[in-house]
Design a protein around this ligand. Structure first.
Ligand SMILES: Cc1cc2nc3c(=O)[nH]c(=O)nc-3n(C[C@H](O)[C@H](O)[C@H](O)COP(=O)(O)OP(=O)(O)OC[C@H]3O[C@@H](n4cnc5c(N)ncnc54)[C@H](O)[C@@H]3O)c2cc1C
Ligand code: FES
Length: 266
């Protein structure tokens, strides 16, 4: 008998941590190895399946930060601690962490886009010698949509971190008013001796404009990395749902260098 590669495993929901009214973090029992930036397929019997980024992981658990938008996520939001979630994966390439060693890392993320980069930022925070300085620009719509408030405080106080947190349209303590793109010019790229890499995550329109903003600041395309949330089904390169030309986002991504990613922005 052959193993079914898309058969999910029932895993216990260990905790639910609300971030906002419509975005909650679900902590699920897990012992599989994970790379920063990977995703898993979460499902509920008779309802369906959705790909969700890994927002954190540790000894015996994996975290998913999920926005309630449709049938699967509605179902997940009705679960209680101790219930089972069905998961398969991990899938995807994840962030090229080796590339970030001993370099300055610039991370620009918006909204739920902070989720796929959060475990990497935590690693860079805890291991201050892994990279050089870390520049973060993280944007949210308003004070009701701020995610990971505890982490934001921790990153703000790390001595090798330079953070700018933004809200699109609201004055709020600790946040600047405006779009993340408005603050790219505050990053001193010229002082990095070419030893830096940039990460962009967010909705396609945000990634498009942040990409343009970085290029305007003379950042070479090959120094920019981005993560995509493309509609997916199998997650393992079989169904073609995520295919754009010759690229399978589930297998080749979800993280792409800008030289390829610029062609994938819808
Ligand atoms: C690699 C990857 C990583 C991802 N990571 C995350 C993550 O970390 N967190 C997260 O929250 N999401 C993430 N997503 C997105 C998530 O997979 C999708 O939002 C998924 O479709 C949710 O499934 P669902 O069944 O709940 O929603 P669906 O029912 O499939 O609905 C999806 C979209 O359709 C719209 N819709 C639903 N019903 C209707 C209707 N009746 N009329 C009109 N529009 C409707 C919804 O507004 C929503 O925008 C990721 C996607 C990918 C590909
Ligand atoms: S999701 Fe099926 S090929 Fe990528």
């Amino acid at each position: 008998m052959t193993n079914n590669p898309v058969k999910p495993t029932a895993c216990e929901l260990l905790d639910i941590m609300p971030q906002t009214q419509t975005e909650w973090t679900f902590r699920v029992k897990n012992n599989l190895p994970i790379k920063h930036g990977q995703f898993m397929q979460l499902s509920l019997p008779k309802i369906g399946e959705a790909p969700i980024s890994i927002s954190g992981f540790g000894d015996g658990y994996v975290d998913f930060t999920i926005r309630k938008v449709g049938k699967v996520t509605d179902g997940l939001f009705s679960l209680k601690k101790g219930d089972n979630i069905f998961i398969r994966g991990c899938y995807g390439n994840g962030w090229p962490t080796e590339q970030f060693k001993n370099k300055t890392v610039v991370i620009i993320a918006g909204g739920t886009g902070v989720s796929p980069v959060k475990s990497l930022v935590n690693m860079l925070c805890e291991h201050s010698n892994y990279a050089r300085d870390i520049y973060l620009i993280l944007g949210f719509k308003n004070s009701h949509s701020i995610l990971f408030a505890d982490e934001l405080k921790k990153w703000q106080t790390a001595s090798h971190f330079h953070v700018i947190y933004t809200l699109d349209d609201e004055n709020y303590p600790g946040f600047k008013k405006g779009l993340v793109t408005d603050f790219i010019k505050e990053i001193p790229f010229a002082s990095f001796d070419n030893e830096y890499e940039c990460i962009i995550v967010g909705p396609p329109i945000m990634m498009k404009f942040v990409g343009m903003g970085l290029l305007m600041n003379k950042v070479p395309e090959k120094k920019i990395w981005m993560s995509f949330e493309r509609k997916m089904s199998c997650g393992i390169g079989k169904c073609g749902h995520c295919r754009i030309d010759e690229t399978y986002v589930c297998l080749d991504g979800p993280v792409f260098n800008y030289t390829i990613g610029k062609k994938l922005i819808d």
